[in-house]
Design a protein. Sequence first.
Length: 470
Amino acid sequence: MLRITNTHTGKKEPFIPLEEGKVRMYVCGPTVYGLIHLGNARPAVVFDAFRRYLEYRGFKVTMVQNFTDIDDKIINAANAVGVDYKRYADRFIAEYWVDAHLLGLRAANFHPRTTDYLPEIIDIIQRLIVKGHAYVADGDVYFSVKSFPRYGELSNRKIEEMLSGARVDPSENKRFPLDFALWKAAKPGEPSWESPWGNGRPGWHIECSAMSMSLLGESFDIHAGGNDLVFPHHENEKAQSEALTGKPFARYWMHNGMLRFSGEKMAKSVGNIFNAREAVMRFGRDAVRLFLLSKHYTSPIDLSEEFLQDSRKAARRVRDTLKRAQNAGIAEKFVKADPWVMEVESRFEEALDDDFNTPVAVSLIFELVNILNTALDNNDEERAARAYDLIVRRFGPVLGLFDLQEEERKRADEENLFDSVMNVILDTRNHLRKQKQYELADQIRDKLEKLGIKLMDTPQGTQFTLDADG
Ligand SMILES: [Zn+2]
């Protein structure tokens, strides 16, 4: 039985979907005003993997992840470079897809954009006004927090606490400091849409309610995002949605911990890997995903170059072992689900059923890599084939790790020549060894080693590894 930490109750709870066998989930997506950084990549990778696990567990998952394509940040950034806000947002949606590919993120079932949901947003606001949960003030529309007594329930905050921290902008016409904007009256030079309250644009929170309820229904299973969104974004989404429908909005709220940048020195040194794209370019997809999945999703992660380097070395070790198994013909073998395979699978499932404990699942994969290496050393093909199958075909795809198809494609693109040249060198060296010209063969080995290419003579033939990790 899968259990997850529900922010709403603060407890680890059994996960029971509204409809048996089906999961409807909404993940708050990026505001598209720039390239995503590793902090944005964390929820994307974590909930991508979580969705894969739900599917592995047999659930039919409908996943929605939005693009916020209208927002102060987008308008300001677009103005700064002198382009229309829409062109600007389109550009960074396109960039997002580049990064999604680099990070190995599967597309959700729906990727709605805020500006495609204006009729739905306006309809919800209208109904909230009619029900007395919202009011119009000078072209703005605000949600009335006092009209929803359970406000604060999700983030576990008391109204008095929230009031003490509330800042009121004198230009706003709120009746109560915690009220929040559902609709903002148009300001000169800003993009705007027609509405019953005059031209304007939607507030941030209402868009997620409109997109999630339109695509998933008034009640759905999981609402997810970074824990910086719990308050006010998710608290507000919940209040306005439940005030509207009188039904529970999301049943489970899942939040990932933040990526931390502590200390100025570290901030400087991590400046260039902060960007998700650069991190993947420098360390590789598997390293970045390992880095993000090696800590429990609810915990914070400190961004460090060292941790990313270690992840890269670990990923390289796995790949070298998988390659060794492929060269030995292990990949083609068929594997029966014997008791050992079933035991390992149940350990994997136990870990991920326990609040999606990816650190334990990742360490299980490394354990299998060791088993695979030993089995290859001992020419134990049966065991090697079982371990290989579990890594590559069962567990890797759940965490989005060690995608060999991608590897093959990349190899075909880039590394083909290098591999061919290496094969020529290795063939020549083997030839020399057969002719007992060991001195020459050793010279080749030593010279390659100086270039960071290490040769290993194994029962399956000569292998090489690139020791570029320093
Ligand atoms: Zn949202």
